[in-house]
Unconditional design. Structure first.
Length: 381
């Protein structure tokens, strides 16, 4: 195998695939990336047995077709340090991979290609067709609420569900939940996927990264009972769906909200960041006290100090008088960083049930539900 290409193009492909390659796999061969050079160009393939990714390098001159297996992390480090704009990669007679660029020359051992698992990408089955930029935005809005603990399989994920002519995307970690709804159409003659599909968070993050570099207005995402697949001219991504049941998200949406307020998103984000400075891991709580036109954030912790921040609010509904509720500020900061709206609407039934945060002009498009913290009088004193 021997090929020549631009260093930057090769680094982009290998860097993308490195997002799939596990750091500590159960099988050492999975730490490598598979390079395939043929008349189609150069493909870089990686997998962790759950998620598979193939990135295409088109501007390449293949002098000798073939394939090889190279340590992915090591290859990324080498490519990042190369000064030459072009490079040549060749497998020599001893089986080592030789990389030449300018005055730099590297030799790294190649792995056994026949031991690498087969990675396939299906182009068939029901599919959603959605706006690319909307999908990226909604993945970002929802994934912040997904569980970051990989052992919680059904929550370390994002739910995709077709409802009529819209695609719902949901993420939760049990203490908060985010939901987005966006228009969707059938991506092919097989129609829209039916049912719920739980996609691993790792695949969602990778797909968001891939879509950011694409330029099509609409994209197609295929789903069947076991797998989700995205295929474009330059990238193929597939992942196994998470087995099990996703929490019944519709039942978690608060109803009969008695106190509703509208707040400037940027002002609330600044207030939360300031107030959170006087919290600790043991006491990561801030108190909201809402009035008719103004709200106060209060945070304090022993041996740290206290903070009191005021900001304007617009009361949309509710009885006269103040209303108070406690939240983990980190959850609300995460929400405000992705909401992409000048205002946020906050609805509460009481201080002990979940609060509903939404975009005022499009309340059904994005909803973020956060459980409050129950603080007794002794703790608050």
């Amino acid at each position: 195998m021997k090929f020549q290409c631009h260093t930057r193009d090769f680094l982009e492909a290998v860097g993308l695939v490195s997002g799939v390659v596990p750091a500590n796999p159960t099988r050492p061969v999975l730490q490598s990336a598979l390079l395939i050079a043929d008349q189609k160009g150069l493909q870089v393939v990686g997998t962790d047995l759950e998620v598979g990714l193939q990135a295409q390098v088109d501007e390449v001159m293949v002098e000798k077709e073939g394939s090889c297996l190279v340590p992915c992390a090591r290859l990324v480090k080498i490519l990042r340090e190369l000064q030459g704009s072009d490079l040549c990669v060749e497998q020599d007679e001893t089986g080592q991979i030789c990389i030449d660029s300018g005055s730099a020359n590297f030799k790294i051992p190649a792995g056994p290609v026949d031991e690498y698992p087969t990675v396939s990408f299906s182009n068939e089955g029901p599919a959603f067709q959605v706006n690319r930029e909307d999908l990226i935005r909604n993945f970002q809005r929802v994934s912040v609420a997904s569980a970051k603990d990989a052992t919680r399989f059904n929550m370390h994920s994002v739910l995709l569900e077709g409802k009529g002519e819209e695609l719902r995307i949901v993420g939760t970690d049990g203490k908060r939940m985010a939901m987005s709804a966006m228009p969707a159409a059938a991506g092919n003659d097989s129609g829209m996927p039916e049912g719920q599909f739980i996609v691993p968070l790792k695949a969602v993050d990778l797909l968001s990264r891939i879509l950011t570099s694409e330029d099509e207005e609409n994209v197609t995402l295929r789903l069947d009972a076991n797998e989700a697949t995205y295929i474009s001219d330059t990238v193929c991504l597939s992942c196994r769906l998470v087995e099990g049941r996703f929490p019944e998200y519709e039942r978690a949406i608060p109803q009969d909200l008695e106190n509703v307020y509208r707040i400037n998103s940027e002002e609330l984000l600044v207030a939360l960041k300031q107030c959170a400075l006087m919290t600790t891991k043991e006491r990561n709580s801030v108190r909201f006290s809402f009035g008719e036109t103004e709200a106060t954030l209060f945070g304090h912790a022993s041996n740290v100090g206290e903070s009191r921040i005021q900001f304007p609010v617009e009361k949309v509904s509710g009885e006269e008088g103040d209303f108070a509720v406690h939240f983990n500020p980190v959850y609300l900061i995460d929400l405000l960083r992705v909401i992409d709206s000048k205002q946020v609407e906050c609805g509460f039934r009481d201080g002990k049930t979940a609060g509903l945060f939404s975009i005022p002009d499009h309340p059904e498009a994005y909803r973020h539900i956060v459980m409050p913290l129950v603080i007794n009088e002794m703790q608050e004193a």
